[in-house]
Write a protein that binds this ligand. Structure first.
Ligand code: SF4
Length: 333
């Protein structure tokens, strides 16, 4: 094991300055994924910068002037999921978070850390195997190996891993954005652009610049978000990652769909917004046939691997069901 330094930073500026000056420094807050990676020698930082006691602005959930919420990056998953107004106004977000991990992990895990968690591809965690994400240009054994849990959308010849976050799927459907601070100041990144597709550089998961720190997530007001649902399908009922997940919300005008949001999890290297299906739904009758066609459109570019063809049909069915439940006003799926 390589030695590393540990230090608690006392301001956002100090954190960013220290991380910008040392490309091998890593931020730590809840540590629920990072510590696993340290133990497996996947991350070998020179220093851990503990941000867990940073400014109070990173620990609050505050209403915004526009009518949405600004969620500090250090808010725990438990506190966000149980926030009364978030639960009422953005139920898909609350349910997505509660469907992930265990109560103990959610108590420690933070919003910023949830966005930064890395894939659970088993080859990535096992140094006995090559892995382009762990070490560029070494190969991807998953492509011709056991790939039942891997991607059917957005993968590349270098990596077919999926993003494991449930929270990010709901945030993609809700058109959230991520507020980050770097050497050059603050900027906002739309959630759908925060994570990257693997392409030729699967070792990079996000579009963060070196040293940039997540400060908050912004949730815009969405009038029909209370009808939103989160449907997660997995191998066991709890403490398992999604094989397929759907975050969906439908706004009706009479029997017609005025607006729809769909994002998929467990099927792509990033939270997968189904924009073409959303456009198709606008102005159509809210019925089973419409939902089936929307699901087909969402999956039209799917490229299953040798062991995960079942995810295509599972995704279709999950989309249809999530849309139908949301069109009835939402609730549990
Ligand atoms: Fe590594 Fe990605 Fe291949 Fe998994 S799918 S072994 S993370 S390169």
């Amino acid at each position: 094991m390589k030695n590393f330094a540990y230090g608690r930073v006392s301001s956002i500026e100090e954190a960013v300055n220290r991380a910008t000056g040392d490309r091998n420094a890593v931020y730590i807050a809840g540590g629920t994924n990072l510590v696993d990676r340290l133990k497996a020698f996947l991350d070998e930082p020179t220093q851990l910068l503990d941000i867990s006691r940073l400014e109070i602005e990173m620990k609050r959930i505050e209403p915004t002037l526009e009518g949405g919420f600004r969620i500090g990056a250090l808010v725990t998953n438990t506190d966000l999921a149980n926030h009364a107004e978030v639960r009422d106004q953005y139920p898909m977000l609350s349910r997505a978070i509660l469907s992930g991990a265990s109560q103990q992990i959610r108590n420690m895990a933070t919003v910023g850390g949830n966005l930064m968690q890395r894939t659970r591809c088993p080859y990535y965690y096992d140094p006995a195997f090559a892995c382009n994400k762990r070490q560029p240009d070494t190969g991807c054994p998953a492509i011709n190996g056991v790939n039942r849990t891997h991607a059917i959308l957005g993968a590349s010849e270098r990596c077919v891993a999926v993003n494991p976050s449930d929270m990010s799927v709901a945030l993609a459907a809700l058109e959230a954005s991520v507020e980050v601070q770097g050497e050059q100041g603050r900027r906002e990144i739309p959630l759908v652009d925060f994570h990257r597709l693997p392409g030729d550089t699967p070792d990079r998961d996000t579009n963060l610049e070196p040293g940039e720190l997540i400060i908050a997530v912004r949730l815009p007001p969405i009038a029909f978000a209370p009808s939103g649902v989160y449907l997660k399908l997995r191998d066991r009922a709890s403490y398992a990652f999604a094989l397929v997940a759907v975050a969906a919300a439908v706004e009706l005008s009479g029997d017609q769909i005025r607006n729809a949001r769909i994002a998929l999890g467990g099927v792509a290297p990033k939270p997968w917004r189904a924009s073409a299906a959303e456009t198709f739904l606008q102005g159509r009758a809210a019925n089973q046939s419409t939902f089936e066609q929307a699901a087909d459109i969402a999956l039209q570019d799917a490229q299953p691997l040798s062991h995960n063809g079942f995810k295509v049909e599972l995704s279709r069915r999950a989309i249809r069901r999530a849309l139908a439940v949301s069109a009835r006003g939402g609730g549990l799926v």
